[in-house]
Ligand binder design. Structure first.
Ligand SMILES: Cc1cc2nc3c(=O)[nH]c(=O)nc-3n(C[C@H](O)[C@H](O)[C@H](O)COP(=O)(O)OP(=O)(O)OC[C@H]3O[C@@H](n4cnc5c(N)ncnc54)[C@H](O)[C@@H]3O)c2cc1C
Length: 402
């Protein structure tokens, strides 16, 4: 197995627990791939702002949520519009909170009824049926549902693109319905000690010695792996779980393109917002998409007497961070200029695109006999990556039985 991201770890755990002997070769110095957490000056920084939606069915099947000590965000969001923040209740999970939302200048009363209709559509039927519904773009799906431009621009676009990094809303409407279903039926949460606790939990389930870190792979065939240091290992089966671009290099599969993000991590003496809430930019101006004071969600994210803030933008460009800081100062006043930068994460390959027509096979065997899994073969999320790894383990046990 090549790659110890969420897909590779999910496949490896299932295969090892079914009795297969395996070795996971990972290029970097730790498990998790795109889901890792670093400690910087006592602050926990995830690699880019990420959340676990607790309703993810594949995550529920594989992870021990209690051991992760999940800390939920408060339902709803604080939406910046004009010169003020407006609390938007969580009409998806608590229809009664519509009353809160009615007071926010976001959409019309009709829009609020349409949210309930979208919630009904997203939560009806089983998930397999949702992924086979007639498909269009997310933007078209929202227009068909009748939402006003203000509702889309002030709330739905920032909310959806904060999770999927698809600010164009040009990707599949099925992803939109899936995300709305997850938001309607569970929490947005992080493990108390950061997102990296998720892959670490899986890595701890592997047999001793099965995970080899700092071991980059240069080339593969159906029965052998050549490491970058020139060593060749032979194997009964070779599984590539590297992420899309590296899988394309190793196996010749397509690289269909990525969505990127910039996340800026900041330290402040005082939390600018005391609630553990997602902040969305509904103003239509400026580079910021979302913001969260992570230490209000889980105090472990900051050392005593400090707060850890993460601010994200769908752009990656020179001058972006200065523009983000200017926007923060316009929201929070001069105090925001005193927040110190802990780290800037510019992640060009954050999530593979999910265009209309994308086939969510989950796992495949290439013409040359190499097995492949990863979020690019399902959907760009922790759930998609785990689902792909589990689909691979199922295909191999079927292949073994056959
Ligand atoms: C900034 C950001 C925000 C996100 N937000 C969310 C979110 O809020 N919620 C959500 O559910 N999902 C989110 N995602 C998506 C989610 O993190 C990914 O879909 C998922 O982690 C992908 O897992 P993977 O195993 O398919 O790939 P990866 O995590 O890319 O794992 C591939 C692994 O293979 C290793 N590798 C690559 N090449 C080689 C080689 N040649 N030899 C050996 N090893 C190699 C890599 O080092 C890596 O460890 C976000 C992603 C990012 C980056």
């Amino acid at each position: 197995m090549i790659g110890a991201g969420m897909a590779g770890l999910a496949a490896a755990v299932e295969l090892a627990e079914a009795g297969d002997e395996l070795v996971v070769l990972e290029a970097s110095d730790g498990p998790g791939g795109r889901v890792r957490t670093d400690s910087v000056d006592g602050h926990l920084l995830d690699r880019g702002f990420q959340i676990l939606l607790t309703a993810y069915p594949e995550a529920q099947r594989l992870l021990d949520y209690d051991a992760l000590d999940l800390r939920p965000f408060a339902p709803g969001a604080l939406v910046r519009i004009g010169a003020a923040f407006h609390r938007v209740g969580d009409p998806l999970r608590e229809p009664t909170s519509l009353l809160d939302t009615v007071r926010a200048p976001i959409g019309s009363p009709l829009d609020k009824a349409r949210i309930l209709a979208l919630r009904r559509a997203a939560t009806s039927g089983d998930l397999a049926e949702l992924w086979h519904r007639p498909e269009t773009s997310a933007a078209e799906r929202l227009r068909e549902a009748g939402f006003s431009t203000s509702m889309i621009e002030r709330f739905l676009r920032p909310l959806f693109s904060g999770i999927t990094l698809d600010s164009s809303l040009g990707g599949s409407s099925r992803v939109l319905e899936f995300v709305f279903r997850m938001l309607s039926t569970g929490d947005a949460a992080v493990p108390a000690r950061g997102m990296g606790a998720i892959p670490e939990q899986l890595a701890a389930r592997l047999p001793a010695g099965a995970l080899r870190l700092s071991t980059p792979v240069a080339a593969v065939s159906d029965s052998s792996v050549t490491l970058e240091n020139g060593e060749t290992l032979s194997a009964g089966r070779v599984i590539v779980a590297t992420g899309m671009t590296e899988a394309a290099k190793l196996t010749g599969l397509d690289d269909r393109g990525w969505r990127g993000v910039t996340s800026v991590w900041l330290a402040a003496d005082e939390p600018p917002i005391t609630e553990p809430m997602l902040v969305l930019n509904g103003s239509g101006f400026g580079p910021i998409n979302s913001m969260a004071v992570m230490s209000q969600v889980s105090p472990n994210y900051a050392p005593p007497g400090s707060s850890t803030i993460v601010v994200s933008s769908p752009e990656i460009r020179p001058g972006l961070v200065a523009d983000m800081r200017r926007q923060l100062a316009s929201w929070f006043g001069p105090a925001a200029n005193r927040w110190t930068e802990l780290r800037i994460d510019e992640i060009a390959r954050a999530q593979p695109t999910h265009p209309v027509g994308h086939d969510r096979t989950g796992a495949i065997q290439t013409g040359s006999g190499i097995w492949v899994c990863g979020d690019h073969l399902r959907d760009a999320s922790i759930n998609g990556a785990i689902g792909s790894g589990r689909a691979l383990a199922r295909s191999l046990s079927d292949a073994g039985a056959g």
